[in-house]
Structures are given as structure tokens and as C-alpha cells.
Design a protein around this ligand. Sequence first.
Ligand code: CLF
Ligand code: SF4
Length: 529
Amino acid sequence: MPTSAPTGSTPGTTYVSMGQLKPLKFKLEVASSGGCNTQGGEGQASCGSSDGPQDMPAAIWDKVKDHPCYSEEAHHHFARMHVAVAPACNIQCNYCNRKYDCSNESRPGVVSQKLTPEQAVRKVVAVASAIPQMTVLGIAGPGDALANPAKTFDTFRMLQAQAPDIKLCISTNGLALPDLVDEICKYNVDHVTITINMVDPVIGAKIYPWIFWNHRRVTGIEAATILHQRQMLGLEMLTARGVLTKINSVLIPGINDQHLMDVNREVKKRGAFLHNIMPLISEPEHGTVFGLTGQRGPSAAELKAVQDACMGGANLMRHCRQCRADAVGLLGEDRSEEFTLDKLDQMQDVVYDLNKRQAYQAKVALERTAQQAAKQQALASAAALKSAQNLKVMVAVATKGGGRVNEHFGHVTEFQVFEVSATQAKFVGHRRVDQYCQGGAGDDEPLPSVVRAINDCHAVLVAKIGACPRDELMQAGVEPVDAYVGEFIEKAALGWFNDYRARVASGAVVHQARGDAQIRQGAYTTLAA
Ligand code: CLF
Ligand code: SF4
């Protein structure tokens, strides 16, 4: 549970209600914008994480099915890329410093090269030709996409002419959003993310020292109030125009941890399709205000507790990787180094092969159908098993994509974590780690950090694992399992879980609760071969 005092319901709370916002001239289509996001209850509150075509209107499914951020299932198969065409920002967040660059650092705002719109389009076409699973282009900085409207929309305009099948996506702080909704719709941008960390300007003043508004710098509660009003208005306008919206919130322990339930409720009211609650990334070396003042990020259990407390509100996304503003590849990998400007110059005769891309996507559609069928079958087996029915455990999985257990323990730079019970196998997050095998036989040093990262898990499913890490994991209470190599993840997790339940029921194993785990920041993202 979060350890900090509640902050969201203090006296003097100054929510800005819908009525205080400028009257809207249209009818809000909250309920129809996301069929699944109106359904509460535990089983339905993870639309962005695992829902399928049966859970939402066909038009919505069509928009999310190949978007790795809007569908957890899609993120095993499809990639996104960002182009860093938007350097300027119109606000300051206490967790942001855009001067920082490191090729191993994965967090928003970090880039190695800023691009012109022309360079960006060249890069997108080259990436799309080389990586058929790349379906989405996002503009997410390194500043704010909508504080740089000419560069953002020029990029979209030029790209649409060359690669019309690529979905367009924007991430914004929302300050400029209401003025640019027409432009967003003009370029068929179907997905907009707004970072909303508060609906209470008193809390907002602790996160945002200033905004730049009407040609002047505004500070304090006045700044947070303006930002809040613009965010709510922009969200309502997008909902009314049928644009899918995702809300990103940074969980800052002691500042907005208790308050994010209010944020979830308010954005759901206004038609947000998804809510992505992300841990604060805060280290002194990043040079951010929070990094320098020692503001800590949440632990894995604190993050999960806030996400779980929001279940039944707006649908939750739990598979965000807090990408760099120039990230390329599947979520959790970054291939941007393969597509630097120098390397683009050396690429001759790039051909945009739509047929190849469509063939890949058709193959993925078949694979996803098989994955769903395998999951349903495994769930039926789990429900039929009568022993230890109330158990619920977390399982870490080594995967390099495709929704399967297919990575060697020593090559993992990120584990996926699933919560497994007799009724579900649900993705709940990922954990970055330093690669255990640094070449050759393996290195003992990274293992303690791996154990800390998956310390809340009872088992880790891998394609292969050496004798040394196997023994040490066993000693730490995490069971290494290589019996499900190549299987779909949910089927493998439920298969192991059923076996574990049987062992618990027979007395062969005594079930014990696990501890908390550490969310590792800034671990390697590019080492894996
Ligand atoms: Fe990029 Fe964001 Fe679009 Fe995705 S990322 S602009 S919605 S294409 Fe995705 Fe990366 Fe998380 Fe963003 S994992 S940081 S949520
Ligand atoms: Fe940084 Fe984005 Fe905040 Fe601007 S809105 S200060 S780019 S995190």
C-alpha cells in the first residue's frame, strides 16, 4: 500500500467541475466512445490490457487491435516508433529534464537526435520497410507534440502521403490541446494521450512550477488551474469527436498517490478510453527537481495497489514502458540505434512494401486467434481443478515477443509479470533488469538485482536457464521453470499454476507469500542480441 498520507481530500481542495468549464456546444458521447470503458468490475476493467473484439464495438476494436499501447495483447506483436520533432515545451514538470541523453536510458524526454519533419518521414519509411510489425507513429517529444504544432502536423501530412497505413498518435500535456482538436481530426489522428497528474490544482502546484500561457509565465495554483481546465476541455472535445484518448498519470508517492483515484474517476466521466498510471522515474543524476529533492518513485507493490484501487473506473493500461521520445521497436525494446541519421544516409533504395506489411499482419491475426483459444482452454482446465482454488500468485515470464515463453533467462532485459489464479492469467507489469549473461558463461553480479525485480513472483518461466542462476533463484524462493518453452504465455502460466496448486494440495510444497519488488529505473534496454 502507498505509505504516504492522503493528499486528495484535504480541506481546500479546489476541483474544477464540468460546470465551471466553458460550456461545450456538443453532446458528450462518453458511453459510446469506448464500449468497454463503461463496464466496471474486476473482469472488465482492463480493456487496454487484454480485451478483445467481443468486448467493444467493432469500430473501436479496429482502432486498437494493432496499437501496442492501446491493446496489451497487441503489444506482444506490434511495434511503435517515435520521431523527435517536437523539442519545445509550454510547461515545466518537476520530473522532467530534456537535456539528458544516454543510449541506455529509457524514459520520456530522452533523445539522441532531434529531427526535422522531412528527416522524420524518411526515418519512418525506412523503419516501416525494415520492421513490418511497426504499425504506429507517435510524436511524444522530447518536448510537447502540441507545443510544436507546425512540426508535428507537417510530419503527419507528409507521412500520410507515403505510408497511409501507419496509425498516427500524439502525446501531450494538454495545454494547447483545445486549440488543435480540429487539426488532430484533419490528419485522422485516432489516438491522443494526455498526461494528467491531478484534477486538484493544489496538488498540481506541487508538480508543475510554471506554465507558459498567453505570452507569459504563470506559476503556482493559477498555473495548475489553467492546465487542469485545458486538459479537461481538450479531453471532452476529443471524446465528442470520436478520438480515442489515453490518460497518462505519473504516480508520485506522497503527492498524488491517493489522488489518482479521483483522476481516474474524472477522466472516465469525460470519456477517456484508457488510464495509464506510471511510476515516477526519479534519480539525482537526471537533474530533475524531484530527482534533486530526493522525491522517490513507488515500489512495485505501491504501483499495483494504486492501479488496483482504480479498477472499475477508466480502463487501466499496465504495459507502458515509459519510452524515450525517439524509441523504435516493440515496447520493451529499443532499436533506435539502427536508424540514426548516419545509417539512414547509407540505406539505399528503401522500398515501402505494403504487401509485406499486410502479410505480416495477417499472420499475426492467426497467431492471436490461436493464443486466445489456448488461453480459454487453459482457463477451463484451471477452473476445473478443485485443489487450492483461492490461490493467487505472480509469475515472471522471459519473452522476446509473439506472446510466447521464448527467451533465455540470461538474455532477459525485461521480465513480463502476470497475476495468475484459477480464473485468470493477467498481465500486471514488466520489470527491467540488467542482462544476467554479459557474454559467455554468465555473470553472477546481476542476479541479486534480477531477484529484487521479481521478488514478488513465485516462479519465472524461461526458455532455458543455467545451473547457477537456477540454484540461486530456488534459494531466493523463485521457482525457475523451463518446461513450457515456446508455449503461449497465459497457457504456460496457468499450466505451471495448476501444477503448483496440486503440489500445495498434496503437501509437497508449502505456499508462502512473497515480498515486494523493486521497480528498476534506467536499466539496459539495448543489450540483448
Ligand atoms: Fe507513443 Fe504514447 Fe502513442 Fe504509444 S508510447 S505516443 S501511445 S505510440 Fe506507449 Fe511508450 Fe507508454 Fe507512451 S509504452 S510511454 S503509453
Ligand atoms: Fe517535460 Fe513533457 Fe512535462 Fe514538458 S510536458 S516538462 S516535455 S514531461
